[in-house]
Design a binder for this molecule. Structure first.
Ligand code: PHE
Length: 456
């Protein structure tokens, strides 16, 4: 027996699903995290490994997540339990859902702090703080913000309220409306930023070279870690391994084609990441900034460009508003699985569930924002909370969740179910998917893990 609808509501159309899922995928991961992580590992080689991971691991797992979600039509914990029971498999598989809740919790706690930075930067842009700014001035603006716990707390709180507000209202009315216009607008603006970067051909070519000429010497004795980070970035950017996409799949109509939609979503996500790299690296290189300078990278570089270009103030406001929206639509998907689970299992109303989740995450977010200043010497495994949660979720939790999803879809779920959900017939395309999901994803992730911890 499969359900044709979810108790939480359904997308109004396949287009709404594409918008919402790409709203989840496209976010700070593409515009904030991708450039600074690529910069940390020297550019081209990282980008190449990243693209391979998206194609060979990310797309097949995204298809699997949407498929499981649509089949189970509940929060990831209950979906995995129901599907496992239907296959007479142990309820152990609901662990995927629990891990996802944990990942969502940890990710959202630092994500919301960065979401807060985009709020602050929208205001700064509006006030004209970037006009004529140089690299040093821009670095100062950024550190003045991150060194001030009260400011960070204010912006983090505003961002959390924005998320809870949408999730409390529910999928169709809250989420769909938010993404409909803003996603295309973000895309256009990024294109304009790249066009601006191209007006300085020398710097632009340097940027292109930096991003697309793989130089594995850049990995310098830390190839294992670099490959793990590229893979982690693919999981993070595509919103995989924590149940967000599974949740969104559960609101998708049984008629829609999963394969086609997933290729569109992953394609858009990748394009946005590459575009933001192209907009940012020419500035980074031309101003002599350090590409590996960490999470402040875009907040320190883009204002320099805005400060110099004609009409830069308006441009900056629009850019940060759009970045905010991108962050917002992703953050919503991080809170959704937990909310749906509370509604299903505790019988809470949606607003109560969403707000309770948001408050708990808000508290954890305070630890993240303090780790940037007053708690900067409180470390675990050599990292403060912000960096630790960022590293741990992308590089460990999401890949582990993703592999469990792959193993379940390829080895536990009966073949006729995945054939029926994905394509309807046993075609070559289906066999390629099945091969990737049964062998390639689990093996690649395991090898990358073992290698990164030095076992092979
Ligand atoms: N994909 C989002 C981004 O790139 C972040 C995210 C990760 C969202 C995991 C949901 C789940 O910003």
């Amino acid at each position: 027996m499969t359900m044709s609808t979810s108790i939480h509501g359904m997308w109004s159309s396949r287009f709404a699903f594409i918008l919402a899922a790409s709203g989840s995928a496209v976010g700070l991961g593409n515009i904030w995290r991708f450039p600074y992580t690529a910069g940390e590992y020297g550019g081209g080689a990282f980008v190449l490994v990243y693209l391979l991971c998206v194609a060979a691991i990310g797309i097949p797992i995204m298809m699997a997540e949407v498929m499981l979600g649509r089949r189970g039509r509940q929060s990831p914990i209950n979906t995995m339990r129901t599907l496992a029971q239907a296959q007479q498999s142990p309820v152990f598989w609901q662990l995927v859902g629990w891990l996802g809740i944990l990942s969502g919790f940890l990710i959202l706690s630092f994500y919301s702090v960065v979401g807060g930075w985009t709020l602050a930067y929208t205001l700064y842009s509006g006030l004209g703080s970037f006009s004529g700014i140089d690299a040093e001035g821009s670095a100062q603006v950024f550190s003045a913000l991150t060194n001030n716990p009260w400011q960070l707390l204010l912006w983090h709180s505003v961002f959390m309220v924005m998320i809870a507000g949408v999730v409390a209202r529910g999928v169709a009315s809250g989420l769909e409306q938010a993404v409909r216009f803003l996603m295309p607008a973000l895309f256009v603006l990024l294109l304009a930023m790249v066009a601006y970067a191209a007006t300085e051909p020398r710097a632009f070519v340097q940027g292109l070279d930096y991003m697309f000429r793989p130089d594995f010497a850049e990995f310098q004795g830390r190839a294992g870690e670099a490959i793990l980070s590229a893979m982690g970035q693919a999981f993070f950017s595509l919103s995989l391994g924590m149940g967000a996409i599974m949740m969104y799949g559960s609101y998708l109509s049984s008629q829609a084609s999963i394969t086609q939609n997933v290729v569109i979503i992953a394609g858009m996500d990748t394009l946005v990441a590459l575009l933001s790299g192209l907009a940012i690296f020419p500035i980074v290189l031309a101003t002599g900034l350090e590409p590996g300078s960490g999470p402040g990278l875009i907040f320190q570089t883009l204002p320099i460009a805005f400060g110099q270009m004609p009409g830069g103030q308006l441009f900056a406001v629009v850019f940060f508003v759009l970045l905010l929206v991108a962050a917002w639509t992703s953050a919503i998907s991080l809170l959704e699985p937990l909310t749906a689970w509370l509604v299903e299992n505790r019988d809470w109303s949606r607003p109560v569930a969403a707000i309770t989740g948001a408050v708990l995450i808000w508290l954890l977010g305070i630890a993240c924002l303090l780790s940037l200043n007053v708690w900067s010497d409180v470390t675990l495994f050599g990292k403060g909370f912000f960096d630790l949660f960022d590293y741990l979720t992308s590089n460990v939790l999401l890949p582990v969740g993703g592999v469990l999803i792959a193993i379940f879809s390829g080895w536990v779920l009966s073949r006729h179910i995945s054939v029926a959900e994905l394509i309807g017939r046993d075609t070559l395309g289906y066999r390629i998917w099945r091969f990737l999901i049964r062998y390639i994803s689990p093996l690649c992730v395991t090898i990358v893990f073992l290698n990164a911890i030095g076992l092979i």
